[in-house]
Design a protein around this ligand. Sequence first.
Ligand code: COI
Length: 354
Amino acid sequence: MTSTIDIKIEKIPKSRVGDYDVNDVPFGKCFSDHMLVAEYADGKWQNACITAYRDMPMSYALSALHYGQAIFEGMKAYKNDKGEVALFRPLENFGRMNKSAIRMAMPEVPEEIFMGGLLELLRLDSAWVPSSETGSLYIRPFLIATDEAIGVKASDTYKFIIITCPAGKYYNEPIKVLIETNYFRAVEGGVGFVKAAGNYGRSLFPTKLAQQKGYHQVIWTDAKTHDYVEESGTMNLMFIIGGTLITPSVSDTILSGVTRDSVLTLAREWGLKVEERKISIKEIFEAHKNGILEEAFGVGTAATIAHIISIGYEGIDHDLPPIEKRAFSPKMDEALRDIRKGRVEDKFHWMMKL
Ligand code: COI
């Protein structure tokens, strides 16, 4: 995609970064100095600008609020041991954002704005990137419909925005999950494979019910039979059964996660047997009964690797081996960290320096 869009830069006179300990802030609540905003109107992208992080004036008729034409990405920048800032596989998120845009009848964002704007933004706000072992700058690009009209139709105008926030660990402890068999997250022919805001909104009620029962998250199952597991919360799901890494294959109902792909790539490189296929609840609990369900974990940008310590199903909690006894996921967590921290060769060219 080509275009000639200048990105205007309005740098704030004084950074707010000194007001925070960027290595110790809650996830997603403290936003860095600048943001990127670009507008789509009259069939073209225009007015791209990096400016002070600020509130958005908007109409109560804003179409994104009523009909959910809203998509987003989640990505991260890291500070390596030399103090250099680098993005992790940003082109994957750029590509996926535009897949989401197509599915939601929204205009694709040009690379010049997404990538060019993001690199400029990070250059301005690099002091906000944590240097701690598990810290990163979480990056939230999003695209919303901005017509002031409540007729149901694809909007004619949009805003693309990038905001960023320092982040530590998403989960501070191994998680307990509940297999959800009443509600579903996604259905064939739907939008489960894209990062549509509505996928997350619809997940909150079943998640709240699970949390009231003492679980952190749910495991989503397929909408037709509820026999097969799909994702966990906002993460892709992986199991180690009898030494094989098994994960649901990407489909209409499963997000093609960047962390998912990174874990599978490294696992294959390490010589582990990897299977991307359907996995049934029955298979999981048979493996558990036979003592070969060695690990279960979620993988995602925000969480990286979230160890699953217990899986609830039909009133019974099935406990998994303690993290210290797991051979794969702690090692994978460390391997990803080593790449991000610049401690090992970046064989797959995943890190993009500013
Ligand atoms: C991500 O991992 O980026 C996600 O999408 C999770 C987010 C909704 C917090």
